[in-house]
Each structure stands twice: as structure tokens, then as C-alpha cells.
Design a protein. Structure first.
Length: 439
């Protein structure tokens, strides 16, 4: 039996450039680490809480759809999507301030496919995609696997930095590079949880029109704002004010219904959406027909509209729980900006802690996170960790943070990994004060 290395070497010559360099999702890899270990609490994957899925309604809807009376339920469907769902999407978008027509929509197999289709249709190898620093890994892999040149632009408290954007685009164009798009997640960004300000959104639209650059706006979390910290108006998509057609808007039912259905959509300028739909034909012909039916029925019966306020409450409680636990256990060491919605808390550790090796120690204690480096285009070292609080019960978050804190204490007292004698206090270690942490 040949070794894995021998087998890999044997097939290497048969792979394309993309096949040889294809990037795996760092989150998926991190998530796999704890899989199957009893009592493991992984804060790595940004999964919704499965106990919040509308199980009973889904069971009834699926059973009715599968009663055999309508053969199209299990038939191939239109690439664009199931027509009643497309019509429903017009209403969903309208509630977010976006006016759209069916011709401007395509249903995708998750927003992840939407990102991949955008990469296929917008990019040639070597073209630039401007991304946030840090950025959602699924965007980085989709654009990276299409051989994009990923150029990261820092974020400030209001969103992606305009002055840096200006510098980046000017520099890239001067160097003769084609800038294909800016990719952003303005609502409760993955991984930072950052909510882009209204002013910055309007500035970005003005920038896109002036610089003639497409914006890929990825919005899976917009309806999951926390009522005590943000409002619907704060999450108004850029697309809603996109008078000139520079925005390609992606959204998904993964976080408001269930991700197992893989039903999401793109709304964009008709000529681009036409191309995306053609590209989709060669990827999967159509998104799962049964999945679309179930999602449509859930929407039609008002189940999504009724459950979203409950989801907001449930995720806000988890946010409060993880912040309380962090403040209690690690308040003198770790800082973060309080998430105003979504699934993630972006925790900053002092310089004396190596966030990657801390994660390995955490794994031995039954907890895990995604190190910040995973969200950087150059995998640069980071003092941050993304803690996904979305899928666990409040009590489990307490246990997870207690384990994390134990790993931190061990790291600091371990002569091999600790801060050393020169830096005794938290302040000397570069730790933010508890007052600066928002927990
Ligand atoms: C910012 C962002 N975009 C896209 C996705 C993919 O979502 P979907 O399940 O619709 O493929 C995720 C999933 O976590 C995400 O966080």
C-alpha cells in the first residue's frame, strides 16, 4: 500500500494550478479538531443553534411536499430558482429597502456558492479583490481559489477604511492591476462582529461609483441585530441605496431558517446576474428543489418573520453570557468590542500570549476557537481569536470560557510560554484594562 505522500506525489502532475493550490477553509479545519470528542465545546464554527430551528414546521412542510402528488418536488428545477421563492425574495428584499425584479435574482446553494460564482464571473487570475482586514475565510478561499490577488484593507470603528481603500486602489491600478471588486460584510462581520456605520456605507457607495468598482456585499447576519444594541435601520444594506448599480448583494436563509437547506440568493445588476446564472449551470444545474420548496413554505407561513425576533433574543442572551464569563474570567487580559448582532466575538489577547499555541492548549482542555491569523490574506500572526457564541447553550458558554481561562493561566505560568519576569502585571504585558473591555 503506497503512503499518502507517495500517492499525492503521483497525482500532483495531473492537477491544474488551481487543483494544486486550492485553499481549505481554516474554520472547517479548526472545527474538525474537536469533532467527536465527548464534552468538547468548540467555539470555532459559526453554526446557528440547532435547537432554534423550526423543526416541527419543517417536518410538516417536508411531509406534505413529499406526499407524491406533485412530481416536480423531486425534479430538476430552473437554474435561477423556484419561481415562487424568487417572488418571495422580492418581498424579503423589499423589507430591507431593496427594490428588485426577478431578472436581478438568482438562488444559490448557500451564499458560499454565491461567492464562488462571483469569483468565476468577475475575476481573471491575478485580478485584485479588495477585502477587509480581517475578512471572512469563505470569501478569501472563494476569491483566492480563483487566483485573485487579495489585497487587505484595514477596518476602523465604522467599517472598512476609506483612506486605505483609496490608497489600495490607486496603488493597484498604478501597478497595472485590474481591480475586480471590493468584498465586504457590513452587518456583524465575520469574524469581528463589526457593524459598518450608515455614513461609511454611503461613503462606500460614493467611492464605488467614483472609482467604478463593484462591491460584493455579503449579508447573512443583517436581521440578527441585538435589540439592546442596534436596530433594523442600522443594518440597511448598501444595496438599498445603490442607485447606480455597483452592488452585488448576497444573503442567505442559513442563519434565519437552517443552513442544512443550503438556500441563499444573489441580487445584482441584471447583466451580471445573467452571467452568474449561466455559471451556476455548470456548477450544480439548480439549487436543491426540495430545499427551496421547504424554505418557500416556511417563509409563506410567516414562520421566518415570527421566529427572527426570537432568534435575536436568543443570540443576544448568548452574547451577554459569553461577555459576562469573559469579563469574570479574563477581564484583565482580554478585550473586545461588544457585538451588536450576529454570531461572533473578536477577542484581543495580550502580546505575551501566542494565540495559536494557546488554541492547542485549549483543545486539550476541551474548548477551541479560530485564531485570528485564519482571517488574514497572508495568514499573518494575530493577537485575536474569533469566539463563535451562536451554537451553544448559555451554561456551556460559561464552561467554555472557564476552560479557556484555565488554558490562559497555564500558558502564563508555564516557563516555556509565559511572559517572563520582566512583565509581571497585566498592564506590563500589554493587557487592555477591564474598563476598556466591553464585557
Ligand atoms: C459572512 C458569511 N458569508 C457567507 C457564509 C456562507 O453562508 P451559507 O450557509 O449561505 O453558504 C457565511 C457562513 O458562515 C458567512 O459568515
Amino acid at each position: 500500500m503506497a503512503s499518502e505522500a507517495t500517492l499525492n506525489a503521483r497525482y500532483e502532475a495531473h492537477l491544474s494550478r488551481v487543483g494544486r493550490t486550492v485553499r481549505a477553509s481554516a474554520i472547517r479545519q479548526a472545527g474538525d479538531l474537536g469533532a467527536g470528542i465527548p464534552d468538547f465545546i468548540s467555539l470555532a464554527p459559526g453554526f446557528p443553534d440547532a435547537s432554534l430551528f423550526p423543526w416541527t414546521e419543517i417536518r410538516d412542510i417536508a411531509a406534505a411536499a413529499l406526499d407524491g402528488r406533485d412530481p416536480t418536488v423531486l425534479q430538476y428545477g430552473q437554474t435561477r430558482g423556484y419561481r415562487p421563492l424568487l417572488d418571495a425574495l422580492i418581498q424579503v428584499l423589499d423589507a430591507r429597502g431593496i427594490v428588485s425584479r426577478v431578472e436581478e435574482l438568482v438562488v444559490t446553494t448557500g451564499s458560499q456558492q454565491g461567492l464562488d460564482l462571483c469569483a468565476r464571473v468577475l475575476l481573471d487570475p491575478g485580478d485584485v479583490v479588495l477585502v477587509e482586514r480581517p475578512a471572512y475565510t469563505g470569501g478569501l478561499t472563494a476569491f483566492g481559489n480563483a487566483q485573485a490577488r487579495l489585497v487587505a484593507v484595514s477596518q476602523d470603528a465604522e467599517g472598512v477604511s476609506l483612506s486605505e481603500l483609496e490608497r489600495a486602489i490607486a496603488g493597484e491600478r498604478r501597478a497595472g492591476h485590474r481591480v475586480a471588486a471590493l468584498y465586504i460584510v457590513p452587518n456583524f462581520q465575520n469574524p469581528t462582529g463589526l457593524l459598518t456605520s450608515r455614513t461609511r456605507r454611503l461613503q462606500l457607495l460614493e467611492w464605488a461609483a467614483r472609482r467604478e468598482v463593484l462591491i460584493v456585499e455579503d449579508d447573512p447576519y443583517g436581521s440578527l441585530y441585538f435589540d439592546d444594541a442596534a436596530s433594523e435601520a442600522d443594518t440597511r444594506p448598501l444595496k438599498a441605496d445603490d442607485r447606480e448599480g455597483w452592488v452585488i448583494y448576497l444573503s442567505s436563509f442559513s442563519k434565519t431558517a437552517a443552513p442544512g437547506f443550503r438556500v441563499a440568493w444573489i441580487a445584482g445588476p441584471e447583466p451580471i446576474v445573467n452571467r452568474l446564472a449561466i455559471a451556476k449551470q455548470s456548477v450544480d444545474l439548480c439549487t436543491g428543489t426540495l430545499d427551496q420548496r421547504v424554505i418557500f413554505e416556511i417563509w409563506k407561513r410567516g414562520i421566518i418573520d415570527r421566529s427572527v425576533p426570537r432568534l435575536r433574543q436568543a443570540y443576544a442572551l448568548k452574547r451577554t453570557a459569553i461577555e459576562k464569563a469573559l469579563a469574570r474570567e479574563l477581564g484583565d487580559l482580554v478585550s473586545w468590542g461588544s457585538p451588536r448582532g450576529g454570531f461572533f466575538l473578536w477577542a484581543a489577547f495580550p502580546a505575551s500570549i501566542d494565540v495559536e499555541s494557546l488554541n492547542r492548549r485549549c483543545a486539550s482542555k476541551g474548548v477551541l476557537y479560530v485564531p485570528g491569523s485564519a482571517f488574514h490574506v497572508d495568514a499573518r500572526a494575530s493577537q485575536h481569536a474569533r469566539l463563535a457564541f451562536s451554537s451553544h447553550a448559555v451554561e456551556r458558554l460559561d464552561v467554555a470560557i472557564a476552560r479557556l481561562a484555565e488554558a490562559v493561566r497555564e500558558t502564563l505560568s508555564d516557563p516555556a510560554t509565559g511572559p517572563g519576569p520582566a512583565s509581571g502585571s497585566a498592564a506590563a504585558r500589554g493587557a487592555p484594562s477591564a474598563a476598556r473591555s466591553s464585557g
